[in-house]
Design a protein around this ligand. Structure first.
Ligand SMILES: NC(=O)c1ccc[n+]([C@@H]2O[C@H](COP(=O)([O-])OP(=O)(O)OC[C@H]3O[C@@H](n4cnc5c(N)ncnc54)[C@H](O)[C@@H]3O)[C@@H](O)[C@H]2O)c1
Ligand SMILES: O=P(O)(O)OC[C@@H](O)CO
Ligand SMILES: [Zn+2]
Length: 336
């Protein structure tokens, strides 16, 4: 069925450490395999587990890993959730997402981004969030999550541009949903100097972002030219074996500063909205320059010149930007 939309059946965001057990019994799941990171094992529910770092994804018999289990639970940051989601999908059993931080929108999405281009799989059948754990998670991860959320603003502008210029399909409902949740969160960050409700609002926004991807049947509402820039940085990290530990959401945040500048220059975005993106990223402590991300200028320039070619996705980068123009743009929007 072409147009079927699949979203998580249960979403729990509260302070109850036992919610996972109630969800498992509602779903009549008795024997999950928990995929967890070394630093998040302490948050895992009491079932058999495997460290994601011990899973060889190239393994042809991924099915052996989940043999005898009726479901997979991913506990941790983006990587353990991605890997858990992936092995559950490969073996056709349900996946439950238990994020221990809010660093990107893989929490509830039907996406696995272990390599580019990301692939569409089933979304988690349930998302179980313990806010006490999220609130205590490293601030840097919560800042990265904001970068992956504010990126939806330029992603939707790129999607509209592709619809206008090359007639690409466009889902109004998914786009409006995505843009609104991103702008709501940004407005909150600009309004509340104490950010007292930020972790809860961030995790709910990221869950919403994952749902917009399910509605669209594509990452278009959450991934545009700003993500192409981030993926280009990931590619160059590997190509030059760079020792930079920047996070996906942090890279997307800087990418959004660049993309919002390009959209502002083409009158798709107001100067105020462009500046609010930079200010809100600063407010949550996310990197707003290439230097704070940890990259040399020439890497940032090369990333912007190759970003359009990372995957087949039409954005404001169009057929690409010259090295000279990339340097000018990065200087004009103060990323270098
Ligand atoms: N599916 C998607 O849509 C999507 C999108 C972007 C990225 N991803 C995936 O996510 C990965 C990036 O995720 P990330 O930015 O979270 O980085 P990560 O998962 O590589 O690292 C997060 C780190 O924080 C630790 N951590 C998590 N919660 C913690 C807590 N409460 N206390 C202390 N430490 C905690 C984790 O153990 C891990 O070491 C990518 O490699 C990719 O696989 C998926
Ligand atoms: O399709 P991509 O570009 O991997 O995007 C997926 C996710 O990062 C969106 O926030
Ligand atoms: Zn992302």
């Amino acid at each position: 069925m072409e147009k079927m939309i699949t979203i998580p059946r249960y979403i729990v965001v509260d302070e109850d450490r036992n919610a996972i057990y109630e969800i498992l019994s509602k779903l009549n799941l008795k024997n999950p395999l928990v995929v967890v990171g070394k630093s998040t094992k302490k948050y895992a529910p009491d079932f058999e587990y495997i460290y994601y770092s011990d899973i060889n994804l190239e393994d042809s018999d991924i099915k052996n890993i989940t043999k005898g289990y009726d479901s997979v639970i991913g506990v941790g940051g983006g990587r353990s959730i991605d890997i858990g989601k992936y092995i559950a999908y490969q073996t056709g059993i349900p996946f439950i997402s238990m994020p221990t931080t809010a660093s990107n929108d893989g929490i509830a999405s039907p996406v696995v981004s272990l390599r580019q281009p990301s692939i569409l799989v089933d979304p988690p059948i349930a998302v179980v969030v313990d806010l006490n754990i999220i609130r205590k998670s490293p601030k840097r991860l919560l800042s990265a999550g904001f970068g992956d959320m504010v990126s939806n603003i330029t992603a939707v502008l790129d999607w509209k541009l592709a619809h206008r210029e090359i007639g690409e399909g466009y889902s109004e409902s998914s786009a409006i949903f995505s843009k609104t949740i991103a702008e709501e969160l940004m407005d909150y960050v600009l309004r509340d100097i104490h950010l007292s409700h930020y972790p809860e609002k961030l995790v709910k926004a990221l869950i919403g972002s994952g749902i917009t991807i399910s509605i669209a049947g594509s990452t278009r509402p959450a991934s545009g030219s700003e993500h192409l820039f981030s993926h280009a940085l990931d590619y160059l990290k590997k190509k030059y074996e760079l020792d930079v530990d920047s996070l996906h959401g942090e890279q997307c945040g800087v990418g959004t500063i660049i993309s919002s500048y390009l959209h502002y220059k083409e009158d798709n975005l107001s100067y105020e909205d462009m500046e609010n993106i930079r200010l809100s990223l600063k407010r949550v402590g996310a990197p707003t320059t290439g230097k704070k991300l940890g990259f040399e200028e020439e890497i940032l320039i090369e990333a912007l010149t190759i970003a359009h070619a990372i995957r087949k996705r039409y954005t404001i980068l169009r057929k690409g930007i010259s090295k000279e123009r990339a340097e000018e743009i990065l200087k004009e929007c103060e990323v270098i």
